[in-house]
Design a protein around this ligand. Structure first.
Ligand code: LLP
Length: 413
């Protein structure tokens, strides 16, 4: 469907990022590194924008999925707002010029410092998740004589049918307020002088590829609106739009989702907000890494890469599969038990098991695909390894958009 256009693909047996064979980059930049396609980013943003063009939503890119400043700047140019969850993300959003009027602040544990900053910057909405937080926002707003726009996050008791570690909408999760508490809090807020209740927000989880849970969310919101009779200025539907991680995998059908939202919004004069991360940035990135050693052990071939779980955490954390592609395709195959692993001292540091893979040798390069979302942003210095570089490709041009952390910086911190 809509974002299927693929700018990272095989061309004449070379894995290419736009017009550039990835092996050229691998020879130029020290591996491992992340590499993004700008055309893919634009394509994805416009796919979301187009799918919902009849309702013109505010698209708040979820910065936690990827906070690279150069990429954020590009998204800002396309018209994106931001979904932020920390003071750091808030400052990055404003640093690239995203207007506060397009920023929503989410999260269950906002600190006083974060709330004060969000109030002062007059962000579009602070999406509150507890009564205590609402009280604190009111108190700080009063001190500085501001009437702050807030939303309340509903816990709709809908599970997104996704990995349990990225499902947030069930009633036993820590997120949002359940129906009764939501209704009660609305009443209390109506008496608070320094708050304007302008929004209702939801986010039921990430990597959701079926529209059914979204449909359930919309009816949960309708239930709240019917009960409270509040004419919310903003209805923030969160992120969660799933992408395909394999050739035959499925992504969320945006067209179907849009149909549901169009129907839902009819006869309401609310503005829809979305907070997509993965759908916009996920398939824009690959992680290019070198085969350091190949080791045969029992009946296994371990392919030891120079990228590890500190660079890409998703396989270790969620058993996520990121397809591994050789940068140069041949037709000679290795068969048997092949395991791609990283260099980290943990047995969870493995990327994939294959029964058949192209014959590769030490010194060859491979790319882990669809790592644009929650790749770099989840990475760490574990094993005292530097954070790695990020490169952007635009047509046949390429440049560094974040430098590899220097050893000096690494060692002195
Ligand atoms: N809005 C809120 C309130 C969120 O908590 C999230 C993600 C998003 C929006 C963006 O969701 P997306 O459109 O990217 O699905 N590290 C995990 C994903 C964690 C998602 C956390 N919240 C992973 O690598 O799969």
């Amino acid at each position: 469907s809509l974002n299927k256009m693929n700018y990272i693909r095989l061309r004449k047996n070379n894995l290419c990022v736009e017009n550039l064979p990835a092996h050229k980059l691998a020879k130029k930049y020290k591996t491992p590194f992340y590499c993004y396609s700008l055309a893919q980013l634009k394509n994805n943003y416009h796919a979301v924008n187009n799918a919902f063009k009849t309702i013109k939503p505010i698209i708040c890119f979820s910065i936690k999925s990827n906070s690279n400043l150069a990429l954020l700047k590009e998204l800002k140019k396309m018209g994106a707002g931001a979904d932020v969850v920390s003071i750091g993300e808030l400052l990055k959003a404003t640093k690239v010029g995203i207007s506060a009027k397009k920023i929503v602040f989410s999260g269950i544990g906002k600190t006083e410092e974060e709330i004060r900053m969000a109030i002062k910057k007059r962000v579009l909405l602070i999406n509150a998740e507890s009564e205590s937080e609402v009280n604190l926002i009111n108190k700080i707003s009063k001190k500085i004589s501001i009437k702050t726009s807030i939303g309340i996050r509903l816990n709709p008791n809908v599970t997104g049918k996704t990995h349990k570690k990225i499902s947030t909408g069930g009633k036993n999760e820590k997120f949002g307020l359940v129906y009764k508490d939501f209704i009660n809090l609305c009443k209390k807020i109506s008496k608070m002088k320094n708050l304007k209740l302008e929004g209702i927000s939801v986010h039921i989880g990430s990597q959701i590829t079926n529209v059914k849970p979204f449909k359930e969310v919309l009816s949960a919101i309708n239930k709240i609106i019917n009960k409270t009779k509040i004419n919310f200025k903003f209805i923030d539907l969160g992120g969660g739009m799933g992408i395909s991680y394999t050739k035959k995998g499925r992504q969320l059908n945006l067209k179907q989702y849009a149909q549901l939202v169009n129907k839902f919004i009819k006869n309401k004069n609310s503005k829809i907000i979305f907070e997509p991360g993965r759908f916009i940035i996920g398939n824009t990135g690959i992680l290019i890494t070198k085969v350091i050693y190949i080791k045969k052990s029992n009946a296994k071939n371990f392919i030891i890469l120079d990228a590890g779980m500190n660079n890409l955490m998703r396989p270790a954390l969620y058993d996520a599969h990121h397809q591994i592609l050789p940068l140069k395709k041949t037709n000679n195959f290795l068969k048997g038990n092949i395991e791609f692993v990283g260099p980290i001292c943990e047995s969870a540091d493995k990327f994939s098991k294959e029964k058949r893979f192209q014959k590769i040798k030490e010194g060859d390069f491979v790319g882990l695909t669809n790592v644009g979302a929650y790749g770099m942003s989840l990475s760490s210095n574990y094993n005292t390894r530097p954070t790695i570089a990020e490169i952007i490709v635009k047509g046949s041009k390429h440049k560094i958009i974040r430098k590899r952390q220097s050893l000096q910086n690494l060692v002195n911190n």
